[in-house]
Design a protein around this ligand. Structure first.
Ligand SMILES: [Cu+2]
Length: 144
């Protein structure tokens, strides 16, 4: 019996490899779903007048009012002339950190004349910044 098994197992192994090796086309991996947040307007480098109209886009994420906690959902923040908030940190609320906690993607800002950096940062329902470049965008504009 043991002698028979020692013969049969290698035969099955060879047949298995032969059956699998026959297929040369490997299915292409499904493209990873895009996740991004970005400014649609203004464009990077634009010079404009007050009020500055912002149009923002969220791809592959769900906009939810602040307070609603769900995987892949949250709301946008515009950071004016300041640094991104580190992942895992709560985005503060002040004149440099504007929350769109109602889930909106359209807004207007009035800024002092001159050059400004606008950063777009997505955070969860508790305003906690998420980890990854896909949750960020940045533009520089000049206000007349
Ligand atoms: Cu917030």
């Amino acid at each position: 019996m043991a002698r028979t098994m020692r013969f049969i197992l290698p035969v099955f192994a060879v047949l298995f490899v032969a059956a699998c090796g026959g297929r040369t086309e490997t299915p292409a991996p499904a493209p990873a779903a895009e996740v991004a947040v970005r400014f649609l307007t203004p464009a990077d480098g634009d010079t404009l007048s007050n009020p500055v109209a912002l149009s923002m886009e969220v791809v592959g994420l769900t906009l939810q009012p602040a307070g609603v906690m769900a995987e892949g959902s949250g709301h946008l923040h515009v950071l004016v002339d300041t640094l991104f908030v580190e992942p895992g940190q709560v985005i503060p609320k002040n004149e440099h950190h504007i929350h769109y906690g109602d889930g909106s993607t359209q807004a207007e800002l009035t800024l002092a004349p001159g050059e400004h950096t606008l950063k777009l940062q997505f955070a969860d329902g508790a305003h906690v910044a998420l980890d990854g470049a896909q949750y960020r965008d940045e533009i520089r504009i000049v206000v007349r």
